[in-house]
Ligand binder design. Structure first.
Ligand code: ATP
Ligand code: MG
Length: 279
């Protein structure tokens, strides 16, 4: 990866938009004390995703915003962009993939990151550089006073430096992210297991209720069947009783009729006798 351009606007001492073109080879920044040489490296470190204001020599992140001078008023934002190119040697042609990475901060509202004008997370930008062995703390940026630190570094720190130089720090970032995602997934699985257990408990209670409802249905239909049979028996008994009574009534009616006939006969006989004795 090659650093081609750095643009600063409202960043630290760079009130006016400032563009610096960088060419292959060694680039030296010279100037009198306090002219802003280290601010350029701070800007580079910042756009790569530096999150510590101390490493940027400030007491809070908003300190990177131009705070004004005797002749200029302060600004409300700071912006740094870098243009980098990935030199890819493909079999067909030499293609130069250019990316513009931009970070912008507005007073009291935090930073925004963009890769080719598309807003990204800080992590995306950090990974973008880490994948290319670059980063705010990589060996590619050696700040004033850092040389001694490099020489006096502990073995573990030196290992980190070597890993970055070897281009595997991006893998470490990704491994760290993957572990975080794995832990989040584990927590999710535990939560899902809890839900499954809860559902299983509800399921067995529902199963019990279902079995009871089924038993109730069978018993209720048996009761209905028995009631029907009982009503049929009662109905049969009543109709038998009805026909029995009807028979009794008709027998009685016959008897009455016979008696009436007898009465008639007797009345006729009585009439005849009365005629005989009282002519
Ligand atoms: P040296 O040669 O001493 O290392 P330098 O060229 O590295 O100096 P820097 O440290 O980059 O200089 O710049 C320091 C200057 O930047 C100071 O004049 C300081 O006032 C100015 N500066 C830092 N932060 C801001 C800010 N937020 N707003 C305006 N000016 C700032
Ligand atoms: Mg300096």
């Amino acid at each position: 990866m090659e650093l081609k351009k750095i643009k600063l606007h409202g960043f630290k001492s760079f009130d006016k938009p400032t563009e610096l073109d960088l060419y292959p080879g060694l680039t030296g920044i010279v100037g009198p004390n306090g002219c802003g040489k280290s601010n350029i490296l701070d800007g580079l470190q910042w756009v790569m995703g530096e999150t510590s204001y101390k490493n940027l020599r400030g007491s809070e992140m908003d300190d990177v915003i131009f705070s004004g001078t005797d002749t200029s008023v302060s600004r409300n934002f700071a912006e740094v962009s870098v243009v980098v190119s990935e030199n890819k040697l493909s079999s067909k042609n030499n293609s130069d993939n250019e990316f513009e990475i931009r970070r912008r901060i507005e007073r009291n509202s935090g930073s925004k990151y963009f890769i080719n004008s598309i807003e990204k997370r800080a992590k995306d930008v950090q990974l973008f550089f880490a994948d290319n062995s670059l980063g705010p703390h990589s060996v590619s940026i050696v700040k004033q006073g850092n040389i001694n630190q490099l020489i006096e570094a502990k073995p573990s720190e030196r290992r980190k430096i070597l890993e970055e130089a070897a281009g595997i720090s991006g893998l470490h970032h990704r491994k760290h992210e993957a572990i975080l995602r794995l832990n989040a997934t584990k927590t999710n699985i535990e939560r899902i297991n809890d839900v499954i257990n809860e559902i299983n408990t509800q399921l067995s209670s529902l199963k019990r209720q279902y079995n009871q409802a089924e038993k109730f249905k069978i018993i209720a239909s048996k009761i209905r069947q028995f009631e029907k049979e009982l009503l049929q028996i009662e109905w049969n008994a009543l109709t038998d009783r009805e026909s029995e009574l009807k028979n009794q009534i008709s027998t009685k009616e016959n008897t009455i009729q016979l008696q009436k006939n007898k009465i008639n006969e007797l009345q006729i006989k009585e009439g005849n006798l009365k005629k005989k004795f009282n002519p």
